[in-house]
Write a protein that binds this ligand. Structure first.
Ligand code: KG4
Ligand code: ZN
Length: 340
């Protein structure tokens, strides 16, 4: 048993897009609670996230979610050692709600405030489910706004090997889903429809497959559009499955190319698209084939949540100390870390 005074409970607030989420993590690895209020119903009729509506909903929901998180964790505010928020990347107004809430709480409780990068949060979600996970590793981060392969050599030491040059992977899933009339959010819809289709029905392009670690999904989306307009609405499950296979093919090929080039024993995936069944299956299969370790967090830990922010905050606090209460939200925040 660790002595009581060494317990570090960090509360993490995530409001970068359309989920109002609060999680509490103990000692950087044990999830005491993870409460998520989704705004999907609010945005669905518009076919995507409406930033102003998202900010207002976060304002209404953040205190309710916070209260529920404390109840689920069986803690009161005095148990908190630090309060963290996602400070970017994300929607400016939405981010500000979580940042303001976290800073106010930290000020009142007289505990450190920690500003966390959303993508670092997605990366640290893997550590919550595999506590003995340790760098070096290569990480595929795939969300609605970002797609990147990161070489992580130590905690806080990241090198972005490649990123998307146009659409993010999740954006491509969402746009193709809209084209097929599957509504928003599109990723889960393509995932379940694709499971019933033939992934070899249409040979869609695999953009930039042989070119380094950057990605391009815009041309793939256009290829689906052209096919769909020419062939009509028949066999939509086959189109969904074939699109998904092309996207996953590119993601998996580049992830394992990076693992090979950098001799990384471990591959990790994170971000909303990492909840995709086919991507998860392919990553696990390929890792087994190559004798590598693959860490594929549960789907709930891949999509946006507050626990991942708290988990990353534990490490940020350890290496950089508290963030300034004068710091704000940065919509275009980059995954930095110290240079290698
Ligand atoms: O990380 P996330 O929850 O929010 C952002 O940071 O953007 O990722 C959301 C993205 C959306 O584009 C959504 O369609 C996609 O993740 N997504 C999926 C699946 N679940 C969520 N994409 C493919 N298959 C899924 N099962
Ligand atoms: Zn995310």
């Amino acid at each position: 048993m660790r002595p009581r005074e060494s317990v570090v409970n960090i509360l993490g607030i995530e409001t970068s897009c359309d989920e109002t989420a609060v999680g509490i993590v103990t000692d950087g690895r044990d999830v005491a609670c993870s409460v998520i209020a989704s705004q999907v119903d609010l945005h669905a009729r518009f076919g995507g996230v409406v930033p102003e509506l998202a900010s207002r909903a976060h304002t209404e929901l953040v205190n309710v979610v916070l209260a529920q998180a404390l109840v689920e964790a069986g803690m009161d505010l005095s148990a908190l050692s630090a309060v963290a928020a996602c400070a970017g990347p994300g929607l400016a107004g939405a981010l500000l709600v979580g940042v303001a809430a976290a800073k106010s709480l930290a000020l009142v409780l007289d505990v450190p405030y920690v500003a966390v990068n959303h993508m670092e949060g997605h990366l640290y979600a893997a550590f919550l489910e595999e506590p003995e996970l340790a760098p070096p590793m290569v990480v595929l981060l795939v969300s609605g706004g970002h797609t990147m392969i990161v070489h992580m050599t130590d905690h806080g030491r990241y090198r972005i090997l490649g990123e998307t040059v146009d659409d993010a992977a999740g954006e491509a899933f969402d746009k193709v889903a809209r084209l097929l009339g599957l509504g928003y959010p599109g990723g889960p819809a393509i995932d379940s429809l694709g499971a019933r289709g033939n992934a070899e029905a249409v040979r869609f392009p695999r953009p930039m497959l042989d070119e380094g670690y950057d990605f391009s999904f815009s041309g793939l989306k256009t290829a689906v559009l052209v096919h769909w307009t020419q062939e009509g609405a028949a066999a939509e499950a086959d189109v969904a499955a074939s699109f998904q296979e092309a996207a996953v093919d590119v993601l998996v090929t580049k992830l394992f190319r990076a693992a090979e080039e950098f001799a990384a024993p471990t591959v990790v995936i994170g971000g909303g698209v990492a909840a995709n069944s086919r991507l998860r299956e392919r990553v696990l299969d390929e890792a087994e084939r190559r004798g590598l370790r693959a860490v594929v967090p549960s789907a709930a830990m891949c999509t946006d949540n507050g626990a991942m922010i708290a988990a990353a905050a534990f490490r940020v606090l350890e290496r950089e100390g508290p963030s300034s209460l004068g710091s704000g939200a940065t919509p275009g925040l980059r995954l930095a870390g110290r240079p290698r």
